[in-house]
Design a protein around this ligand. Structure first.
Ligand code: G16
Length: 542
């Protein structure tokens, strides 16, 4: 065992979901090691503890895992559970932590960010409840990174990650486990696989799933093809590649091009879906029809008791603040609470643990439930597949019927990517300073009824998270939200979220872009976007 002298890096503060940097940045000497030792110090008393370890298979996944194995051995861990070939989707890792009651897990992923030598890499620690570390833990890790002076590492040979079985390093057992089977079994417990199989057999139910050359490939093949009998040729891009085939493994209309083409064609299957780099995001499509993640959450909530595992009903729901308020309408009707949290799955953890909620979601293509403590891409796809098998209606019909009952929330997110960080911070600061002056102002067809900086007090532990995004509330029934992304690796990304509610069913089938255009223009004026960013339009609209 070696103790290696090191000095702090000042840029290891975790963002919305762990530490994400360009891969080359991660590959510099001591960078990964410093962060891992800082996680171990935050866990404390690591002797005899156990961890789940795996990643989304992107470039640098395996070398990073080999390093973490050696460091875990040197820090006295007693057992590591590692996905075969180093592969674990984020939801599968969350499940394994909970199922095998480990002291948490380390997941290597930069999620939807591109991979490869010139792409991004990331690392996050999940706590023993299976969820992303809450802010007090990430803050402790960050503080450790600022004062670190040495780390411990074994000098053993690399472990064979390809073969299932156990290896011993000193007192530590390394167990290579099947990455897929526990997860696939859990999905069978939640959903009615027999009913879905009947639909598939009678050719009344079909799916095209795009794994985007990322981690869900093996999970999708086992569940959709082997267990449900769906058409194998429609599980596309299912071989995980270190660089995701050069693509951007972000399941949205802009990046899942091949899937969009299939779903917008005459031969489109009933359901189209995609997941991201580490398998926690999902996009849901019907034939020629896109379901916004916010609507998907609302439809799921309204139909939750149709699904085997949730038959008894649910205690409550939650959404991140910028997610549309579609789910609020459902919660109101069901008479259950709806919580509004800051962006970041970690904020749902306490609510799920305390059984205040059983279903939650975010506009950023994430939905999940109390079955684990991460958002879950394949779980969401199966939800829709199961719902289609029950309702025997098209995706579009299910969503438009939902709007008739609850009203439609037109929704769009405009991202200004890789802008200068200082200018982005100035934009937010300037906007913050003028918030109170905005109230009651008439802007276009709207009046600003409220303007505030979102702060959240966790109802369980009382922790406060301030400055979580600026909300401009408009009358009648619209919102514009401004916040800076916490997952990018180049400069800053300004996210502008636009939402407009329409209760009148005769006005619910308009084009989203057209409906939101006035709000998009307003957002530019209110935040002086062109001045601060030099951009006249957003780079990505989802
Ligand atoms: C992460 C978080 C999500 C968050 C998303 C976007 O997702 O887990 O909770 O909504 O980032 O965050 P931001 O707007 O700060 O970029 P993932 O899938 O990237 O891990």
């Amino acid at each position: 065992m070696k103790t290696v002298k090191t000095s702090p890096f000042t840029d290891q503060e975790p963002g919305t979901s762990g530490l994400r940097k360009q891969t080359k940045h991660f590959q510099q000497a001591h960078y990964l090691e410093n962060f891992v030792q800082s996680i171990f110090s935050a866990i404390g008393n690591t002797v005899g503890k156990t961890l789940v370890l795996g990643g989304d298979g992107r470039f640098f996944n395996v070398p990073a895992i080999q390093t973490i194995i050696k460091m875990a051995a040197a820090n006295g861990f007693s057992r590591l559970l590692i996905g075969q070939n180093g592969i674990l989707s984020t939801p599968a890792a969350s499940l394994l932590i909970r199922k095998y009651k480990t002291d948490g897990g380390i997941i290597l992923s930069a999620s939807h960010n591109p991979g490869g030598q010139n792409g991004d890499f990331g690392i996050k620690y999940n706590t023993p409840n299976g969820g992303p570390a809450p802010e007090k833990v990430t803050e402790a890790i960050y503080q450790n990174t600022l004062s670190i002076s040495e780390y411990k590492i074994e000098s053993n040979e690399d472990i064979n990650l390809d073969t299932l079985g156990q290896t011993q390093i000193n007192d530590m057992t390394v167990e290579i486990i099947d990455s897929v089977s526990d997860y696939a079994d859990m999905m069978e417990d939640i959903y009615d696989f027999e009913l879905i199989k009947q639909g598939v057999k009678s050719k009344t139910l079909s799916l095209c799933f795009d794994a985007m050359h990322a981690v869900t490939g093996p999970y999708a093949r086992e569940i959709f093809i082997n267990r449900l009998g769906l058409d194998a040729s429609l599980v596309i891009n299912s071989i995980p590649l270190e660089d995701f085939g050069g693509g951007h493994p972000d399941p949205n209309q802009a990046h899942a091009e091949e899937l969009m083409k299939i779903m917008n064609s005459d031969q489109a299957p009933d359901l189209g879906a995609a997941s991201d780099g580490d398998g926690d995001r999902n996009m849901i499509l019907g034939q020629n029809f896109f379901v916004t993640p916010s609507d998907s959450l609302a439809v799921m909530s309204a139909n939750i008791t149709e699904i085997k595992a949730y038959k008894a009903g649910i205690s409550g729901v939650a959404r991140s603040m910028p997610t549309s308020q579609a789910v609020d309408k459902v919660a109101e009707k069901l008479g259950i609470p709806c919580y509004e949290t800051p962006t970041g799955w970690k904020f749902f953890g306490n609510l799920l643990d305390a059984n205040k909620i059983a279903l939650c979601g975010e506009e950023s293509f994430g939905t999940g439930s109390n079955h684990i403590r991460e958002k879950d891409g394949i779980w969401a796809v199966l939800f829709w597949l199961n719902l289609l098998a029950i309702k025997k209606q098209s995706v579009e019909k299910i969503v438009s019927s939902h709007w008739t009952i609850y009203g439609r929330h037109y929704y769009g997110r405009h991202d200004y990517e890789a802008i200068d960080s200082n200018s982005a911070n100035k934009l937010m600061m300037t906007l913050r300073e003028k918030l109170t002056g905005l109230i009651s102002k008439k802007v276009g067809d709207y009046t600003i009824t409220d303007a505030c900086d979102f702060a959240y007090t966790d109802p369980i532990d009382g922790s406060i998270s301030a400055k979580q995004g600026i909300i401009i509330q408009l009358n009648p029934d619209a919102r514009i939200i401004f916040r800076l992304s916490g997952t990018g690796t180049q400069g800053a990304t300004l996210r502008v979220y636009l939402e407009k509610y329409e209760a009148d069913s005769n006005k619910q089938s308009f084009d989203t872009t057209q409906v939101l255009e006035p709000l998009a223009e307003l957002s530019k004026t209110i935040a002086d976007i062109v001045h601060f960013t030099g951009r006249t339009s957003a780079d990505v609209i989802t």
